[in-house]
Design a protein around this ligand. Structure first.
Ligand code: MF3
Ligand code: CO
Length: 246
């Protein structure tokens, strides 16, 4: 699980391509665009950077990015759905460069959104940084989940438990699992050179979810909105560095 400095160099490039793809896509997230058009823009951009979209064909996944709108939590499949003013959309992007992956999701407003959706986006993003803030060599995986869950509970948001963060490297998903809940001082110890994706998914209502008949799209059980923020990071000598910076 501990990456060499050569591997970390490649993971930094992969992560930067993912961050840059988010920056590039952001300008197109407006009422009127379809999620399939966003997928095509992402595909072309990632290819132009000499990388490949990590998600395309991953366990049969049929697109380059995940586009999850409103009550969709994660793994929404790009389609002819047209984004509407007031929607929120979570865009999850992975890119593979010279065999190494980067992975980052972000939730965006489409035009003007309601106060409760603004609240959800603000506090889900903050919960990601709460989780990241405890990271340094010697802490345990449970410390990250504890920080995220306590923050979410304080803000009365539902923490999705069925999906977790993960190690990142030659594979998109490696061990360890990084849950968005947990107890302090439990689980595996983090070491310098480990690369993990931390990715809280928080709901305005219940934490409960279900999966649609397409076998991919995850939806909140009460149809209330959900947000998802994810960074891939490397554990450094005395903290962490974000690999998927914007
Ligand atoms: N970033 C997503 C995750 O870590 C990966 C989705 S890949 C997909 O769960 F192909 F399954 F969509
Ligand atoms: Co991920």
């Amino acid at each position: 699980m501990i990456k060499s400095s050569e591997e970390i160099e490649l993971l930094k490039i992969a992560g930067q391509i993912v961050g840059d793809t988010h920056n590039y896509l952001k300008q197109f997230i407006k009422p009127g665009i379809t999620t399939k058009e966003l997928d095509k823009l992402a595909y072309d951009y990632i290819i132009s950077r000499d990388a490949t979209p990590s998600f395309l064909n991953y366990e049969g996944y049929p697109a380059s990015i995940c586009t999850s709108v409103n009550e969709e939590v994660v793994h929404g499949i790009p389609s002819d759905r047209v984004l509407q003013e007031g929607d929120i959309i979570s865009i999850d992007i992975g890119a593979c460069y010279k065999g190494y992956h980067g992975d980052s999701a972000w939730s965006y407003p489409v035009g003007n959104i309601s106060e409760e959706k603004k609240y959800l986006l603000e506090h889900t993003e903050k919960s990601l940084y709460e989780g990241l803030s405890v990271i340094k060599p010697g802490i345990k995986i449970g410390d990250i989940g504890y920080a995220i869950e306590q923050y979410a509970l304080k803000h009365k948001l539902g923490v999705v438990k069925e999906l977790v963060g993960h190690g990142v490297g030659k594979h998109l998903h490696e061990s360890p699992d990084v849950p968005n809940y947990g107890k302090k001082n439990t689980g595996m110890t983090l070491r310098k050179g480990m690369v993990i994706a931390v990715e809280p998914m928080l709901n305005l209502g219940t934490a409960d979810i279900y999966i649609l008949d397409d076998d991919w799209t995850i939806i909140t059980a009460d149809d209330k909105p959900s947000a998802h923020f994810e960074h891939t990071i490397v554990v450094t000598k005395d903290g962490y560095e974000i690999l998927t910076k914007r």
